[in-house]
Design a protein around this ligand. Structure first.
Ligand code: MN
Length: 162
């Protein structure tokens, strides 16, 4: 799917005359792919974990937020793709709009795809389709290797031991 098509859901859910969120879809891919975690005080507080994959931000809502403890698996609910412009978004989504509430950037940085099979790099697009992502995060709060694994109950975000 082209990045434009994959943003259809994002656009359908929002009224850009009312929300202050970016319409986006113009920004070019970063040299180094980025990740972002936004703390979102909506009806239910959650953390939105986003990874730049294929020109958009693949996004998961993590109710309890990422954990740095390898023993803790955090449920991550896949939500609609967001435009790359969303990585800079902070502010208050007005009452009555989708996701109403305040958004702040909790952490931001670049990531490295570290998934390999038989010594061969597996693309992020394939890893996403496979439901098995292995990345190294280079943020301020989140550093080191993490996995995102699709299970029957949803995706799980887990920190690696090393
Ligand atoms: Mn959210």
């Amino acid at each position: 799917m082209s990045p434009k098509n994959s943003l259809e859901k994002y656009h359908k859910k929002r009224d850009f005359k009312r929300t202050i969120e970016p319409e986006g879809g113009k920004k070019k891919r970063s040299k180094k792919p980025i990740f972002i975690v936004q703390k979102h005080k909506a009806r239910n507080l959650h953390y939105d974990f986003r990874l730049e994959i294929g020109g958009v931000l693949k996004s998961w809502a993590v109710p309890k937020g990422p954990s740095l403890d390898p023993k803790v698996k955090r449920l991550a609910i896949l939500v609609e793709d967001h435009p790359l412009e969303y990585a800079d978004f902070e502010g208050k989504i007005p009452e009555g709009e989708y996701g109403a509430g305040s958004v702040i950037i909790w952490d931001k940085g670049t990531y490295k795809n570290v998934r390999e099979e038989d010594g061969k790099k597996i693309s992020m697009e394939k890893s996403f389709k496979d439901g098995y992502i292995e990345i190294e995060l280079k943020g301020k709060k989140l550093k080191g290797s993490f996995s995102l694994i699709r299970t029957k109950i949803g995706w799980l975000l887990v920190k690696h031991k090393t």
